[in-house]
Design a protein around this ligand. Structure first.
Ligand SMILES: Nc1ncnc2c1ncn2[C@@H]1O[C@H](COP(=O)(O)OP(=O)(O)OC[C@H]2O[C@@H]([n+]3cccc(C(=O)O)c3)[C@H](O)[C@@H]2O)[C@@H](O)[C@H]1O
Ligand SMILES: Nc1ncnc2c1ncn2[C@@H]1O[C@H](COP(=O)(O)OP(=O)(O)OP(=O)(O)O)[C@@H](O)[C@H]1O
Ligand SMILES: [Mg+2]
Length: 260
């Protein structure tokens, strides 16, 4: 993909969508990871630094290195930056809900993502701004995000870039080395990495998703790319199981009861 051109299209998309909405500014959750760093860069280019706010939302257990990486993005871009520690909010949720069992890490993890979404919308409401999404094409296709958590956003500017292309564009823009080189992680529990969760590397995922969506047979894709057939099958299971995350909630249709 011609990355300079792709960048121009995305920057233009952000400016146009906000202009159409009559909204001048945006808030971005900046985690210290590459997707949100790239979105922050592109949003600043589209709207100007004075119209972008970065919000980092660590827990007590978040490594200092993540906070520093998030801060560095904001400093380099010259944007307003807030840190909102969500540990007490999470604890209050859990103390308040009756009859909750010992939840698994993914259940608590999804709550974290939804609390972060609520904080971003609080600032967006207060400031009259939109919430920028940071989902990439690979995550969106596989449903590897929390529904109404990090998936609860107003625009998805990098939603047509595969994860490997996110890296390419981020390198082109000169994002901080520590961000370029770290393993992608949702950061929902200690030691979590995307590639361990998904069971396949992003390089392999991105090699197979496009030809499969274009209709090439699974076996042929597997032979051509060297990605094992069982990995392809597991990705397709994810893709199918998560279609509900890419559509609006279905509405029960009562048309037959209405008179003309
Ligand atoms: N067929 C269907 N039609 C309509 N709705 C359906 C449904 N199946 C499930 N649902 C609903 O969806 C819920 C499950 O979806 P959801 O709550 O999203 O939860 P789920 O997909 O189980 O988990 C989210 C996944 O995304 C990963 N994640 C989360 C956040 C950030 C990142 C990251 O990369 O940064 C990654 C996380 O590690 C986990 O693997 C169900 O509880 C149910 O409410
Ligand atoms: N600690 C955090 N503070 C602020 N926002 C966060 C935090 N954790 C997650 N988010 C938001 O949720 C989004 C989804 O997380 P995700 O891990 O997919 O992206 P990333 O961290 O930017 O990049 P990577 O996937 O490489 O880790 C982030 O891009 C960010 O907008
Ligand atoms: Mg991350």
């Amino acid at each position: 993909m011609e990355m300079e051109k792709a960048k121009e299209i995305i920057v233009d998309f952000i400016s146009k969508k906000l202009e159409e909405a009559g909204i001048p500014g945006a808030v971005v959750g900046i985690s210290g990871g590459i997707d949100s760093a790239l979105v922050a860069y592109l949003t600043v280019e589209a709207l100007g630094a004075e119209n972008v706010m970065g919000i980092h939302m660590p827990e007590d257990s978040t490594p200092e290195s993540e906070i520093n990486d998030a801060k560095e993005v904001a400093e380099r871009l010259g944007i307003d930056f807030k840190i909102v520690n969500i540990s007490d909010i999470l604890a209050t949720y859990k103390d308040t809900m009756p009859d909750i069992e010992e939840a698994t890490a993914p259940v608590d993890g999804n709550l974290k993502a939804r609390v972060r979404m609520s904080v971003l919308y609080y600032y967006a409401n207060m400031l009259g701004r939109v919430v920028m999404g940071t989902g990439n094409k690979t995550e969106i296709l596989l449903g590897y995000f929390t529904k109404y958590g990090d998936g609860g956003v107003d625009l998805e500017p990098i939603g047509d870039l595969y994860k490997t292309e996110v890296r390419e564009m981020s390198q082109m823009l000169g994002l901080p080395e520590s961000i370029l080189n770290k393993a992608p992680s949702a950061g929902l529990w200690e030691g979590q990495t995307d590639e361990a969760d998904l069971g396949v590397t992003y390089e392999n995922i991105d090699k197979v998703l496009e030809p499969i969506l274009a209709g090439e047979g699974h076996e042929r894709v597997s032979e051509r790319t060297g990605v094992p057939l069982e990995d392809i099958s597991s990705l397709l299971r994810r893709l199918r199981a998560n279609i509900h995350k890419r559509t609006t909630p279905p509405i029960a249709d009562l048309d037959e009861l209405r008179e003309d």
